[in-house]
Design a protein around this ligand. Structure first.
Ligand code: DNO
Length: 358
């Protein structure tokens, strides 16, 4: 595996490439062209400039998170072929530029969903949190307004104001899209892009829906072992793969994370590893990465990745806000650096004990 950090580009991120370079064991970044909207074709010169900037800092672009999918493709409306053509052109350009892993998601309307971006913990740190009762009480159209005050002046992925302004129309457009239709639209998309993925060896890595169930009545399909295996079989090509995000699949306590990892051998192209602390069945917060701080056994998660021979990029996921840092919620430097170091430590220990046959 290769340890990486997500980076939003010098225009948007409070964390610099120079700082990332100094985290022991981090050799790559996962980034995107943050100013492009879903459906836009990425310009070759923008891709080049992004790669050059990262390489000038002594790092490399280990993959893209995300090339976002236009709503027409998820809805399956009359414009989908046009937007799939755009997507294919972007993939070709990325492939020619030497990029071989692309993360994306297939969530209708909202990307990941949290109800608090700065819940205070007893140690004074703040974390992202989710409470189902709060979701049940909120009007989805007000969701953006309720969170935007906590974004520290940043624009969080999936919550761009341009999209949120059209929320009513978006909900209406998804009216007839149920789970089966969403699966069918995903299959259609994958079948069309697989030839170019094969040609340029681009590993597509679908990010799970977060939380792993339907919110606001919108269908969500990438939520558990059964559905993700269905998706892998539906388009049975090694380039059709997964971002294994422990924090997203882990929102549903019935998901056995190490078992899911083992069942996806050869199809995990990217890993997001973080912990969650459940306060009750319907309330969780994003704890520190350490097993002891949350509800997951991080050693078992890393061991399962090791045992299936996972060799793609991995990144610590959302960190807590600590030591007075002001940054995009979940994406500060300090706690993610601690997370990377902890995960590297687990990996080293697993590697060495396996060599010794322990
Ligand atoms: C949240 C992230 C998601 C993820 C996308 C992938 O911080 O894990 O926004 O990047 O869902 O397309």
């Amino acid at each position: 595996m290769e340890m990486t950090l997500r980076w939003y580009g010098s225009k948007h991120d409070t964390v610099t490439l120079q700082q990332i370079r100094q985290i022991p064991g981090v050799t790559g970044v996962i980034t995107t062209l943050y100013d492009t909207m879903p459906g836009e074709v990425w310009k070759e010169e923008d891709i080049r400039a992004m790669i050059d900037e990262v390489e000038a800092a002594g790092l490399h672009v280990a993959g893209i998170e995300s090339v976002n999918i236009h709503d027409s493709i998820k809805i399956g409306d009359k414009d989908r072929d046009l937007y799939i053509d755009h997507y294919i052109t972007t993939l070709e350009r990325l492939g020619r530029a030497g990029i071989h892993m692309v993360c994306y998601n297939f969530m209708p309307v909202f990307d990941w969903t949290r109800t608090e971006l700065a819940r205070k913990r007893p140690d004074g740190s703040t974390v992202l949190a989710y409470n189902q009762k709060a979701i049940d009480a909120i009007d989805p159209e007000k969701m953006f307004d309720s969170l935007s005050g906590e974004m520290n002046g940043t624009v969080m992925p999936g919550w761009e104001p341009e999209r949120m302004a059209k929320i009513k129309e978006l909900f209406a457009a998804y009216q007839d899209v149920d789970e089966e239709k969403l699966f069918a639209n995903l299959k259609y998309f994958l079948e069309r892009i697989m030839p170019v993925c094969n040609q340029y060896d681009i590993k597509m890595a679908i990010h799970p829906d977060d939380p792993a169930w339907s919110v606001f009545g919108l269908p969500r399909i990438i939520i558990n072992k059964e559905n993700i295996l269905r998706m892998m079989k539906m388009v049975d090509d090694p380039h059709n793969g997964v971002t294994f995000c422990s924090g997203s699949y882990g929102t549903n306590l019935e998901n056995d994370l190490p078992d899911m990892i083992r069942s996806l051998k050869g199809r995990i192209h990217f890993a997001h590893v973080r912990n969650l602390k459940f306060n009750s069945q319907d309330d969780f917060e994003e704890a520190a990465h350490l097993s002891k701080d949350g509800s997951f056994d991080m050693y078992e998660i890393m061991k399962a990745l090791y045992e299936i021979g996972f060799d793609g990029p991995i990144r610590p996921d959302h960190g807590r806000m600590i030591w007075g840092e002001v940054a995009m919620p979940g994406y500060g430097l300090y706690d993610r650096a601690l997370g990377a170091t902890y995960l590297n430590g687990l990996w080293e220990a697993i590697e060495k004990s396996h060599e010794r046959g322990v």
